[in-house]
Ligand binder design. Structure first.
Ligand code: S3P
Length: 436
């Protein structure tokens, strides 16, 4: 499907409630499936990625039921024999599951194959195969990528420092550590999102944290419970960006997770001159939650401190879109990880911005975006949900309509994106490929 975005003719105003947090939803599906008893989840993200993780837990023996917006998981896995688990587009789903399943005694004797779509099949899996292999996992990839063949087996705890700051690697090792013999020690090379550390204790698991060191004793049992998923700041970021760009706009995003290990985008937008304010008001399911308010403002390019990169790792496509409208230059460095996301986000964003008349210089680990006018025209998401939404935001302030090819990928994380923007006053329209 193509998405046609008409330049905004009026300010965006109102309130918006972002969909459930993708990272938290994946983790709840996995932990709920491992736990004894019934886990009840409200606010679970209703998207392709998070449904794939739920389906995987069901294929492994957990009972998963949907009741009036509630998801009920009766935990308890296997034995399942030979099973293929398709995680679609989801790096979080496949990497966390590989860790969670590698040592589960109830799955011993099973032969699991973890697969995904074309994009996921290109993404590096060596980063989890290596530490899980060191723990004794019987796990094999294909040239460091999917498919992953996994025969759950006995694991030994290790002390491990990942080569990059990554919540997915950290979480895969900690989840494997749950079933390992001994104490798993994970030393973080830099900060990354901490949802796993917040949720494990909520499932009754003891996890010690001393500075950048996490310690988890193997053999602990998980206790089911009730959880609410906060709104996803990574999805809210597109709405906030639209509010910043469209002149005269003022809007508020409610019930959004404002976890300090994820708030880099708010800091970046503010540093660019964005008129925005946010506040964590309460704790929901171990996560700080609040609201963020934004008013349109003239943005200026900045040099983004590399230490902010992991705190805003998923928001760089939209930051680059904002940089294309800001005055002056925005410099990004220390962001090579963007090349191994759902697409090579540095390369894809640079090419699409160029198609809209923006001057950019791509570097090995970043880019320099020169702000200016946005010409209309045709661009392509290249199968990446966050690129599609970033280009849609940019279309709101282009000189002519922007037509985005392969925009249906938005369903990966934010199926209500188009409806939510329309409700705030934007004009966007789906077009079947053959109609355009
Ligand atoms: C995620 C971690 C990040 C992020 C991804 C979700 C998670 O990946 O990009 O969208 O839920 O753990 P890395 O850990 O690889 O940086």
């Amino acid at each position: 499907m193509k998405l046609l975005v008409t330049p905004a003719r009026k300010p965006l105003t109102g309130r918006c409630q972002p969909p459930g947090d993708k990272s938290v939803s994946h983790r709840l599906a996995i932990l709920g499936g491992l736990a004894a008893g019934q886990t009840v989840i409200t606010g679970y993200l209703d998207s392709a990625d998070t449904h794939a993780t739920l389906a995987a837990m069901a294929a492994l023996g957990a009972s998963v039921e949907h009741h009036d917006g509630e998801i009920r998981i009766d935990g308890g896995l296997g034995p399942v024999g030979r099973v293929t688990l398709d995680l679609g587009n989801s790096g979080t789903g496949v990497r966390l599951l590989a860790g969670a399943l590698a040592g589960r005694p109830e799955l011993f004797g099973s032969e699991l194959t973890l697969i995904g779509d074309e994009s996921l099949s290109r993404r590096p899996m060596g980063r989890i195969i290596e530490p899980l292999g060191a723990m004794g996992a019987d796990l094999e990839g294909h040239a460091g990528c999917l498919p992953l063949r996994l025969r759950p087996s006995a694991l030994q705890a290790i002390r491990y420092t990942p080569p990059v700051a990554s919540a997915q690697i950290k979480s895969a090792v900690l989840l494997a550590g749950l079933a390992a013999q001994g104490e798993t020690v994970l030393v973080e090379p830099g900060p990354s999102r901490d949802h796993t550390e917040r949720l494990l204790p909520a499932f009754g698991v003891e996890l010690e944290q001393h500075g950048n060191e996490l310690r988890l004793r193997g053999g602990q049992r998980l206790r089911a419970g009730g959880f609410h998923v906060p709104g996803d700041l990574s999805s809210a970021a597109f709405i906030l960006a639209a509010g910043l760009l469209v002149p005269g706009s003022e809007l508020t995003v409610d019930n959004v997770g404002i976890n300090p290990s994820r708030d880099g985008v708010l800091r970046i937008l503010q540093a660019m001159g964005g008129d925005l304010a946010w506040q964590a008001e309460r704790s929901v399911g171990a996560e700080p939650v609040g609201s963020a308010r934004v008013r349109s403002a003239r943005l200026a390019g900045i040099e983004i401190p590399p230490e902010w990169v992991p705190l805003a790792i998923d928001e760089f496509p939209v930051v680059m879109a904002l940089a294309a409208v800001a005055s002056g230059q925005t410099r990004i460095s220390g962001a090579a990880e963007l090349r191994v996301k759902e697409s090579d986000r540095l390369a894809v964003m640079c090419r699409q911005l160029e198609r809209l008349g923006v001057k950019v210089e791509e570097t090995e680990d970043g880019a320099c975006v020169h702000g200016g006018a946005i010409a209309g025209g045709e661009v392509d998401s290249c199968g990446d949900h966050r690129i599609a939404m970033s280009l849609a935001v940019l279309g709101l302030v282009a000189e002519a309509p922007v037509l985005i090819a392969n925009a249906e990928w938005i369903r990966t994380s934010f199926p209500g994106f188009v409806d939510d923007l329309r409700a705030l006053g934007a004009e966007l329209e789906w077009q079947a490929e053959e109609d355009s």
